[in-house]
Design a protein around this ligand. Sequence first.
Ligand code: ATP
Length: 584
Amino acid sequence: MLYSEVASFYSKIESTTKRLEITSILVDMLKRASKDEVGPLAYLTLGKLYPDFVGIEIGLGEKLVERALAKSVGVPLKEVETLYKKTGDLGLVAEQIFKAKAIQQLVQPQPPTVKDVYLTLDKIARSAGGGSQDEKMGWLSGIFGGLTPVGAKYLVRTVMGKLRLGVADMTILDALAEIYAGGDRSLIERAYNLTSDIGQVAESLAESGLEGIKMIKPTPGKPIRPMLAERLKSPEEVLAKLSGKAALEYKYDGERCQAHITHGNVELFSRRLEKITSQFPDVISSIAKHVKASEAIVEGEIVGVDPNTGELMPFQLLMHRRRKYGVEEALEEIPTNIFLFDVMYLNGNDLTQVPYVQRRKALESVVDTSGSVKLATRTLVSDLSTFESFFEEAISDGCEGVMAKDISDASVYQAGARGWLWIKYKRDYKSELADTVDLVIVGAFNGRGKRAGTYGALLLAAYDKAKDEFCTVCKLGSGFSDEELFSLPQKLGDARVERKPARVESLLQPDVWFEPKYVIEVKGAEITLSPIHTAAYGRIKEGAGLAIRFPRTTGKWRTDKAPEDATTTDELVEMYQSQLKKIS
Ligand code: ATP
């Protein structure tokens, strides 16, 4: 099929805004293509050469395209530039000068086919390095010869990354379904969801029809379109929707990530199916080491861990630091964990049709959790109180909420679909605590890495008036300037004691204890229940105290306050309750 013929179909597509009409033009066009042209044609029509995840784009600069045009038509570069300035669309310029040329030219060069165009653009997109601009220009002017004016217009727009016909992947799937499946998109869409590769789907249909498409399975290296969750507002609704029982998993606040493993090589893809391998070298090496499979596609959430407190970090903070310091440096400062929650492909087997309960078992069987690769914490629930306490644990461990998952045999991995097999339930807090709190320093943990020689985090407590005790509420490692951080051992030195002071109540064992003396001002995201802190222990809930989530100091030392003037546990209880009122 000649590229110029394709271009006249593009013209028709551009002349309508009706989706159905576009689909039927695509049907006519794809039917004209030979078997080995259907794949390249599908990509070209989307203005691409490959699916996005491959990361190879055309996008040539306008100067180069101007030169190629001038060269192939034999007009002065100046003329092309002037026309471009006038119209602002190099595609239109190409059309115009090709029209003029066609009148003069007697012998037409060999017109390029779809394949000729595709292969040349591919060569251009892949070539890099010194001197390649001239080479690219030469290759491009080579295929301009023999194009119709309309062909030249669309080729120019394509190479500049500006085709924009308004055709989406789904429109092409519709056209393919029309041609090969009597309009039924389901099997074709499934294949697309498993590979995210429209060209592969088109090619396989052209080669072997629906039978071929049925054989398509997940392939390491090609991202699977992610399964998405529905949302409900209460644990009651969630349980009711899942027939009274479900698996609950922590819903981590991180970056969703698909890890593709092929014989020791690991690639990572984001939720939007972009390759993010280079951003997370730490995740790559730990996956390679701790996922024991020769081939697998697993999915999880990458979360930053505060090296000083060991607690999970809000994702924004991780990304902010990475932008600020660059990946390598931030790696040292903020290690990451990946919490895996699914496996879609394992050692040659497609697991997307296997129920969740078995997928989870398969996942557990290949993950060694001794390093930074973890499994999403989970439990099975069939009653509200277990649901609620698991939810509170998730929040106090730094998560956003929980993900409830269907445990019936119907619970397959629905690639690319949002459905009720997964239901998210999270608390919409997101606000800051309105007020700061003043807390007493009762202990410290030794710093590591950049914080070696000083403390990584301080252990802070609120005052329990009734008991006359200091009960812990958080570990504080954020908000200090470097200077302040390194002056901490000296500054706090006079309060240092050998053993836990009698009036301090703590379940945690810091490296250093302090008698209650210094009071520091702290801001936090919210107050949560926590099994590891002792403030108001058992008052709201058995086996749990209150904690401040994501604490950071304002830098203010409350020297005007005695430790007994610090925020009290009663105040924390009040703050916790008013927070609940705001939420409900
Ligand atoms: P959505 O992904 O549903 O469009 P969104 O991008 O706003 O919405 P959330 O509302 O935060 O995301 O919820 C879904 C996301 O939760 C998933 O895409 C995934 O990244 C994340 N997640 C965290 N923990 C889990 C888990 N255990 N199982 C599944 N997803 C999880």
